[in-house]
Structure formats: structure tokens, C-alpha cells
Design a protein around this ligand. Structure first.
Ligand SMILES: [Zn+2]
Length: 326
């Protein structure tokens, strides 16, 4: 699998520079928002450091014994730890085992590498247990800690790692990458907008059923607004499967409606794939109404996500309010 991502060039350069200067630390903390492929970077680096014939750019060759074992998930000098279940913590026993692994001599005489992901899931005891290894690392070993929330790690752990930061990539890098992987799917820029600019999060979005659902909700909303559907039934449908997400979409549509109203050819829309439908809405209502509806959508989102208010009733009122806007 090709683990190279176009927006990792700078981080790769930094690490290679440290490597060739002989300054690769014993622990690297890979930090940045979720969905940027920090874990990919960590595995790419591990594979390259273990490779027996790396390229001039420091990449793994993909052919040697080490690369093949890594690919098969059975390299004896590489180990990775993650929570045993989704949302669980990384336990002290898991970390002890990992530290013991790092303590053995490398089977192939090179690096010993361990990956901890997501490192913010270390519980207190597990973090303490890791400290000893961080303070007195053995020989050529490298610990890779990956996290989107470094502040959740104890300062004692953070301060013993060298930090490598990842930021949201420029769309000029992310859009083509995404476009290649979502050929039949939704517009890559739209996906990226919804994922806050994080390409892997956007890719996960593309394959999901809720993307189709988003269009259905938009269509049902339009039907209610022209009094062709019942707001109570529509509200019931909105309540199903991720109300918070559905309300974020709603706000996004209304933001685009304002854009379309202000400029018939806006430079860009968050929901370019729904452009025709949104244009119909924008033509139907005066600006004042569109601004009021955006305010109401934001208020609805706030009430439904931060209070115990009856979301079904609020939704019904909101949808019914849109049926006769003028
Ligand atoms: Zn190799």
C-alpha cells in the first residue's frame, strides 16, 4: 500500500533531515487534526527505517525481506498498540508489553519501532509506565505517538517527545487526491468542506450512506417548503440517524442560499452538488426571509445540541415555518 500522501512532503523532509544528521529522536509525537493521515505517515516512516535498501529519498524499497514482512504485518522489530475496543483506553498491560518489546535486541539488527495510536487514549497508569522507556530508551528504538489531542497527554510524556506537526492541507493538494478516489462520488471540494479540510475524513464521508441521505433530506425540506409534504412526518425523518449532522447540513444549505442570493454566480458553494435545487430556493424567497431562515436554522441547531429541548417539536416548528415564508 502506498502510504505517501501529497500533503506530508514537508514533514517527510524534516524527518529525513534529522535522520541524515543522525538526530532522529527516540520518541516522535505526531500532532494535528484528525483525518490527515498521521498514522499513515508513522507507518511509512517505520517501514522506511526498517527497510534494508531504502531509496535516496529515504523511502522503503517495497521489495526487501523487511518490507515484505512489514507489509504482511509480521515484522519482528515493529509493534503497534491501539485501544482494544473503539473508544476504550490503552491499558497499562498493553504499554508494558510494548516497552518489553522495545527492550529486546532488534531481530534484524536495525531499529525497533513501536506505534501508539491514538496516544491520547493512554490511561494514567499506562502513561506512567511509558515514561521509563521515554527517559531511558534502549539503543536504536523509536516510539511513534500519534494524536489529534496532545493536551490530553500528560506533560511529562509530551515533554519527552519531539513534536511533528500536521496541518490542514491546501485544497490544491487535497482536491486532486480526493478526486482520484471518488470518481463517481460527490464533488471532492464539497466532501472536503464537510470534513473541515481533512482529506481522509472526507474520503470516509464519500463512501457513506448518509451522503445519499443528505440529498433526501434536502429534497424533503424543499417539498415541505412548497407545502407538498407534511412537516410532522418530515421532522420524524430528520430525527433519525444523526440529528446533529442533519442540522449541520441544514445550516450549510442556508449559508449557500445567502451566497446565491447575493451573487448569482458565487465563487463557490459548500453544496455545489445541490446547486440546482438551492438556486430554485434562492429564486423563490427574498433576502430578508433567507437571512431569517439561516438565523432560525442556527438557533435550532444550538437548541437541539446543547439543551434538553424537545427536538422533534422544534423541528416541526422550523419546517412548518419554512412552508409559508413570504
Ligand atoms: Zn525494503
Amino acid at each position: 500500500m502506498d502510504l505517501r500522501l501529497p500533503w506530508h512532503r514537508e514533514q517527510w523532509r524534516q524527518v529525513q533531515q534529522r535522520r541524515s544528521a543522525g538526530h532522529l529522536p527516540h520518541a516522535l509525537l505526531l500532532v494535528g487534526p484528525p483525518g490527515l493521515g498521521k498514522g499513515w505517515f508513522a507507518r511509512r516512516l517505520a517501514r522506511a527505517l526498517l527497510c534494508e535498501a531504502p531509496t535516496a529519498e529515504g523511502e522503503s524499497c517495497g521489495q526487501c525481506r523487511s518490507c515484505r514482512l512489514f507489509q504482511a504485518g509480521s515484522h519482528p522489530d515493529y509493534s503497534s498498540v491501539r485501544p482494544l475496543e473503539e473508544g476504550a483506553v490503552i491499558k497499562v498491560d498493553q504499554v508494558r508489553e510494548l516497552c518489553a518489546f522495545l527492550g529486546y535486541t532488534a531481530r534484524y539488527g536495525g531499529y525497533k519501532i513501536a506505534l501508539l495510536e491514538p496516544a491520547d487514549r493512554l490511561n494514567g497508569n499506562a502513561a506512567n509506565s511509558l515514561l521509563k522507556t521515554l527517559e531511558e530508551p534502549w539503543g536504536a528504538c523509536l516510539l511513534l505517538l500519534v494524536t489529534a489531542w496532545p493536551a490530553r497527554l500528560p506533560a511529562t510524556v509530551r515533554s519527552r517527545c519531539q513534536r511533528l506537526s500536521f496541518g490542514i492541507p491546501s485544497p490544491t493538494l487535497a482536491v486532486p487526491w480526493l478526486a482520484e478516489r471518488t470518481k463517481e462520488g460527490p464533488d471532492p471540494q464539497t466532501l472536503l468542506d464537510w470534513a473541515g479540510g481533512a482529506p481522509l475524513a472526507a474520503l470516509a464521508y464519500a463512501g457513506e450512506e448518509h451522503w445519499r441521505r443528505r440529498r433526501e433530506l434536502a429534497e424533503s425540506y424543499e417539498q415541505v417548503s412548497i407545502a407538498r409534504a407534511d412537516p410532522i412526518l418530515a421532522a420524524e425523518s430528520w430525527m433519525k440517524e444523526g440529528l446533529t449532522e442533519n442540522l449541520r447540513w441544514l445550516i450549510g444549505w442556508h449559508t449557500d442560499l445567502i451566497r446565491l442570493k447575493m451573487n448569482p454566480e458565487p465563487p463557490r458553494l459548500n453544496n455545489a452538488d445541490l446547486g440546482d435545487m438551492l438556486q430554485r430556493w434562492a429564486d423563490r424567497y427574498p433576502s430578508r426571509v433567507l437571512f431569517e431562515r439561516l438565523d432560525a436554522a442556527i438557533q435550532l441547531h444550538t437548541l437541539c445540541t446543547t439543551t434538553q429541548a424537545n427536538a422533534q417539536l422544534l423541528l416541526e416548528a422550523f419546517l412548518a415555518g419554512g412552508a409559508d415564508p413570504c
